[in-house]
Ligand binder design. Sequence first.
Ligand SMILES: NC(=O)C1=CN([C@@H]2O[C@H](COP(=O)(O)OP(=O)(O)OC[C@H]3O[C@@H](n4cnc5c(N)ncnc54)[C@H](OP(=O)(O)O)[C@@H]3O)[C@@H](O)[C@H]2O)C=CC1
Ligand SMILES: O=C(CO)COP(=O)(O)O
Length: 306
Amino acid sequence: MTLAQAGRDVTLWARDTGAVERMRATRQAERLPEIDLPARIDPVSDLAALFDCDTILLALPAQATRGFVTAHRDALSGKVLVACAKGIDLTSLTGQTAIIAHAVPSATPALLTGPSFAADIARALPTALTLACADEACGAALQAALSTPTLRLYRTADVIGAELGGALKNVIAIACGACIGAGLGDSARAALMTRGFAEMQRLAASLGARPDTLMGLSGFGDLVLTCSSELSRNYRYGLALGRGESFDSHTTVEGAATARAVTDLAAGRGLDLPISAVTARMVAGDLTPLQALDALINRPLKEERE
Ligand SMILES: NC(=O)C1=CN([C@@H]2O[C@H](COP(=O)(O)OP(=O)(O)OC[C@H]3O[C@@H](n4cnc5c(N)ncnc54)[C@H](OP(=O)(O)O)[C@@H]3O)[C@@H](O)[C@H]2O)C=CC1
Ligand SMILES: O=C(CO)COP(=O)(O)O
């Protein structure tokens, strides 16, 4: 939307042919109601039109990326593939760019991440994001190509740090939602955000991320947004857990699978990540929010820096 508003031509592929036909007819997308699609967006359901593009932004749910890039590895060969999903793949326990590099070694993987709700960007509200690419020349070219008058991109070569920030904050957002949903208060949420951020930094460091990346838009920035806004699906899912309510199982809640992946990664590295661990157990239905609180608050006392 923002690229087309800025005068660039965009091909928008989706697998649902009915949804594509409705987009072409109404010039609106069902996921972004009441916002008109600019004329420069061309909605298509034909994969050949997608594969005509040299640069492709992949905005599938994180657990679907591996299947998609593997199924289309030949057609994606040599492309610049920009992952937009925020999650750790449960099968490989890797981030989105590693999945792309594994499935399509000739492609250049990159990542677009940071604090942003799709509806805000589509409405041309000001937004700042992180563009991560290990290939610095390609990263600079993408930064220029994808920035618009309302979307300001910052660049980094620390892809691991950027993707871990975006993935891990979703787990903490579920915990924060559960905290508020269970009536535990804003002070408790601030504690969860802060100690959750410490867990994000600990895991990211052990996987080779640069500490300053976690302090940026893709880490701290997105954590703040997702743990405090009811526009976030991860936060709303947590709210439902906290209130003991059901939640629409068709809604994409990336932190649910990533909480499990984080538990596996932490176990393999001997890391203690208690908030992520109880969140994974809440998501699995093994722990109520009050049992999770009990497990966290009664842990042995320690220094804050540990
Ligand atoms: N929405 C937002 O504000 C933001 C989202 N993101 C991230 O973007 C990613 C996608 O989120 P979002 O777009 O909101 O999710 P949605 O659930 O709204 O949309 C996912 C889209 O992916 C399609 N899809 C799912 N599986 C496949 C598949 N195997 N092959 C092809 N298409 C598939 C769905 O198609 P169908 O309708 O046919 O199921 C749907 O069009 C997530 O990782 C999210 O964290 C990041 C920042 C902001
Ligand atoms: O990543 C997002 C905001 O930056 C979107 O958050 P949700 O997936 O929780 O809706």
